[in-house]
Ligand binder design. Sequence first.
Ligand code: FAD
Length: 278
Amino acid sequence: MMLPVAGRFVAGEGPAEALEHVRQLNDRNVKAIVNLLGEHYDDREAADADAREYRELVEDIARSDLEATVSVKPSQVGLDLGEDVFRENLEGIVETAAERDVFVWIDMEDHTTTDATLDAYEELAREHGGGVGVCVQANLKRTRGDVERLADVPGKVRFVKGAYDEPVEIAYKGKEAVNREYEALLEYAFENFDGGIAIGSHDPAMIDRAIELHEEHGTDFEIQMLMGVRDDAQVELAEEYEVYQYIPYGDRWMSYFYRRAMERKENLWFAVRAVLGR
Ligand code: FAD
């Protein structure tokens, strides 16, 4: 059973709880990106089971009147087992979603997965004329080139700073360098993309910069933040802009909750206080 304290960052263990959370969010004008927690499976059963659950989730979303998309991790649907397994499972999800008009995001994992992830994204986005999005990470030096490659692909691109500790040879290190690169990537995207830009960040400075660039170039964009992080700001921004909340659910909630609680002092205090009942 999920600890109540984890409920700030994780919607519950099953899809029904996740979709109930989506309903409450939609009532406040915030849209949803639903993520089934899971990664790095080394057996085919587990990868196929999560792919199946995503297809069912897509069908549940399509049957509802909810404003919701899904987001899948490559290693959750088989990338560690081989590119062929990943492709097969991802294609199954995207095909089901395309038939039902539900959008599919592909999360980006560490640098060893970037080529396989972008190749799969590009092929599926071109085949379906959109309906798919991929995440790119500002901390990787290669990303400028990747973003140029993605400019004319008919999908969406989520820009994040990058959650993985990458080798110094291939990555920008330190907040300042990553922020600088993030802004440079946004400048390129707002100038060169037809739309489909997602700002996957809680950083007010990056969000303000995106708004400035939107006003300058008129390019469409959306803001994406995690469940439990700046929830009030999400609702406020949604009065003027398109805002999505990334909502994890599933029985593998412990390590995700631990990461969120550890990444900021105030989150850690929140967790400790909740456990102590204060
Ligand atoms: P940070 O650099 O962490 O913080 C900058 C500023 O933002 C802070 O100074 C503060 O003002 C504000 N802020 C940040 N957190 C809080 C908080 N808890 N409360 C109040 N203010 C806060 N990474 C990947 O590698 N692959 C992915 O597929 C991926 N998908 C993501 C999807 C979404 C929707 C989001 C939001 C993030 C995703 N990330 C992903 C994570 C991302 O790479 C960053 O690690 C993470 O978002 C932290 O960077 P940041 O831009 O939010 O701001």
